[in-house]
Design a protein around this ligand. Structure first.
Ligand SMILES: [Zn+2]
Length: 531
């Protein structure tokens, strides 16, 4: 029923902004040709790893003589056991068949290779055969001086879901002697510790994970919030309820600072945890925000998208240092051209809007009307009384079918223009001019600059960059038919980020798997405390 409801809601819901979750995916899907639909259908056909496709699989455990017969008939007897185990794994065969193969190999050769044991282990762990995993563990520890991380991770996963979970903890310690365990390794043991009511161990591991700069899996947070709901068995030994509560609220601040959005299942765990806090009367609701950034559930105002003066300065400094002055910039332009541009900007008044001319002109699929489109956009900005800079390429000034001379003359009357060499990329110029003009300056581009620009910045600056982009980028809405007025998508007034006012929490969450990294969720969890 929930799915039916959600499906219905989605169909009626058409987000206005390019930053709305799923938009990029939807557009990409729309652009997909029929050929790729056929490709997708092909992908659904069962696939086998190379060399195992034609293997005949036994349907019961075999005796040694039977295995020997199969092996000698195989094209590549040297790899027979490995390929057979892979095929058994792929076909989800009974574990007993694999076991009988191992017995045969041990008898025949007197030993079992690491590779074979690892494949068998994978089979056991994925099938939930934890008792057999213990056996493999004893064999491997007896035969090999050390285990590589593939085997260690499998043992951690398996031991963590049994009463022998503390051994997973010591395998984790062993990994640490050589390298940094994965967030999955930590997550498995944390889940085990929570399950066995050892919260001190769970939180110690969690803090270690964060301390190493690793990013926890959402499942790990789910486990911690679920654990937080259960009363501790022994009060004297366990952590205090206050400490537990503080640690969980700390997770929410981590989500905020790292601009992470919980998936629906984690949001649900957070909601249930808040509502379970004794004597605090929290109430959670699934909701959305209106265009002005007011929560449709409790009516409170969400945080503004505008950067504070400090944030703006920080972003500007980072972009100037890393993108404009960084070595990377000269892959896109020359030092002389950048210098010429800086002088140009210095002589001009501050701009209200910077237009990526070529990008805007390309909105029109009809290449013969590129300059019409650019002119239409500029006319709209002129109506709004804005000081505009157009960035363009020199080739736009040579009259052609696309670039009408009269249109380009009008463009130069309506706006300040800077034309770069035909090989230059406009992004560094656009960022420089916009940031140089100040926090009020917006820019027009359909390009989201997500690939090359943001990756040059570190984590914190990257988040500021995306926030600035969401708050400053004007995107032309749809195509521009001849003679029609240009419309821009509305810039959101509020920031989509985990936030609190003490007596309330607002948590944006993912209800789609199609969200691209620069898009933001459209759904919120509203938590309020009844007075
Ligand atoms: Zn609310």
């Amino acid at each position: 029923w929930d799915n039916v409801l959600e499906g219905r809601e989605k169909r009626h819901y058409s987000p206005k902004s390019v930053f709305a979750a799923g938009t990029a995916k939807r557009i990409a899907n729309m652009l997909k040709s029929k050929a790729s639909v056929e490709e997708e259908e092909d992908a659904l056909q069962p696939r086998f790893s190379r060399g195992t496709g034609k293997m005949q699989l036994p349907d019961r455990p075999l005796a040694a003589t039977e295995w020997r017969k199969l092996k000698t008939s195989h094209a590549n007897p040297q790899r027979f056991d490995i390929q057979m185990l892979s095929a058994l794994f792929a076909s989800k065969a009974e574990l007993d068949i694999a076991k009988s193969l191992l017995t045969f190999v041990a008898k025949e050769t007197g030993t079992l290779s690491y590779e074979l044991l690892l494949r068998y282990l994978t089979l056991c762990v994925s099938g939930g055969h934890d008792d057999e995993v213990f056996d493999v563990y004893d064999i491997m520890c007896g035969s090999f001086t050390s285990l590589e991380t593939g085997a260690s991770s499998l043992f951690i996963k398996s031991f963590s879901r049994t009463a022998r979970w503390r051994e997973a903890l010591s395998i984790l310690q062993d990994i640490k002697k050589v390298l940094t365990p994965s967030p999955r390794n930590y997550g498995d043991v944390i889940a085990a510790a929570v399950d066995h009511d050892d919260r001190d161990t769970a939180w110690a591991l969690y803090n270690e994970l964060i301390g190493k700069g690793l990013s926890p899996h959402q499942k790990t947070w789910e486990v911690l919030f679920q654990g937080g709901r259960r009363p501790q068995k022994t009060k004297a030994e366990g952590r205090s309820a206050e400490a537990e509560q503080d640690s969980l609220l700390e997770i929410l601040l981590y989500l905020r600072n790292n601009q992470i959005y919980p998936q629906h299942s984690l949001a649900n765990c957070i909601k249930t945890w808040f509502e379970s806090l004794p004597g605090q009367k929290w109430e959670g609701n699934w909701t959305s925000a209106n265009p002005k950034g007011v929560c449709r559930c409790c009516g409170s105002q969400l945080e503004s998208i505008q950067l504070t003066d400090e944030e703006y300065q920080e972003l500007k400094d980072k972009v100037m240092a890393d993108i404009i002055q960084g070595p990377d910039v000269f892959n896109k332009t020359t030092p002389e051209e950048l210098e010429r541009f800086k002088m140009f900007v210095k002589r001009k008044p501050t701009f209200d809007v910077v237009v990526d001319g070529l990008n805007v002109a390309n909105i029109n699929m009809d290449k013969s009307r590129q300059s019409d489109t650019l002119l239409a956009v500029l006319s709209e900005l002129e109506c709004q009384g804005l000081v505009v800079l157009v960035l363009g390429r020199k080739h736009m000034l040579y009259p052609s079918r696309s670039w009408n001379r009269m249109n380009m003359n009008l463009v130069q009357q309506k706006a300040h223009c800077f034309f770069t060499d035909n090989i230059s990329e406009d992004d560094p110029f656009l960022l420089y001019a916009a940031l140089h003009s100040g926090n009020h300056c917006r820019f027009v581009s359909q390009d989201l600059m997500r690939d090359h620009k943001a990756c040059l910045l570190n984590g914190a600056a990257q988040r500021l960059f995306f926030k600035w982009q969401r708050g400053h980028q004007l995107v032309v809405d749809g195509y521009v038919p001849a003679g029609r007025k240009v419309r821009f998508q509305s810039i959101p007034s509020f920031d989509t980020i985990v936030q609190t006012s003490g007596n309330s929490w607002h948590i944006p969450y993912d209800d789609t798997e199609d969200r691209s990294t620069y898009e933001v969720p459209q759904r919120w969890l509203c938590l309020t405390r009844k007075q």
